[in-house]
Design a protein around this ligand. Structure first.
Ligand SMILES: [Zn+2]
Length: 138
């Protein structure tokens, strides 16, 4: 069974807005939450000099870690956009610890589609995105 990442529609729409605003560059940010639940997003400056990649500003990263800790949560992943429309991790994606979540906002025309992955030792695990927990988990 595919694991589900819980992401409410408001936060999902926030990522899509940021992806459109950053176009043709990549937006980026960090995900605050617990287990597989997104509680908050922390937009970050993309300090990459290249348009087709992202590098989170270390000051923004530090601020996000501090805010998450103050909320009793952790930074469980990151998000960024793919202005080229590819809805899967690129060869450059994947830095960071095992279990880190990656949300990718692929832009195609006016549409922004969001996909979720978890970085595991052997590669990428695809996650389903759901706005709320399943009614009947059994
Ligand atoms: Zn990427």
């Amino acid at each position: 069974m595919t694991s589900r990442l819980l992401l409410v529609d408001d936060l999902r729409e926030q990522i899509a807005r940021e992806a459109r605003a950053a176009f043709p560059r990549e937006c980026c940010g960090l995900i605050e939450g617990d287990a597989l639940r997104v509680a908050a997003l922390h937009p970050a400056r993309n300090i990459s000099e290249d348009a087709d990649r992202f590098e989170i500003d270390p000051a923004d990263h530090f601020r996000a870690l501090r805010m998450a800790r103050a909320n009793g949560r952790a930074i469980i992943g990151c998000y960024h956009s793919h202005p080229n429309g590819r809805a899967e991790p690129s060869a450059r994606d994947g830095d960071g610890e095992d279990g880190f979540l990656w949300l990718i906002a692929a832009i195609s025309g006016d549409a922004v589609s969001l996909t979720a992955f978890q970085r595991l030792g052997y590669g990428w695990q695809s996650l389903a995105i759901a706005p709320q927990p399943a009614e009947n988990a059994a």
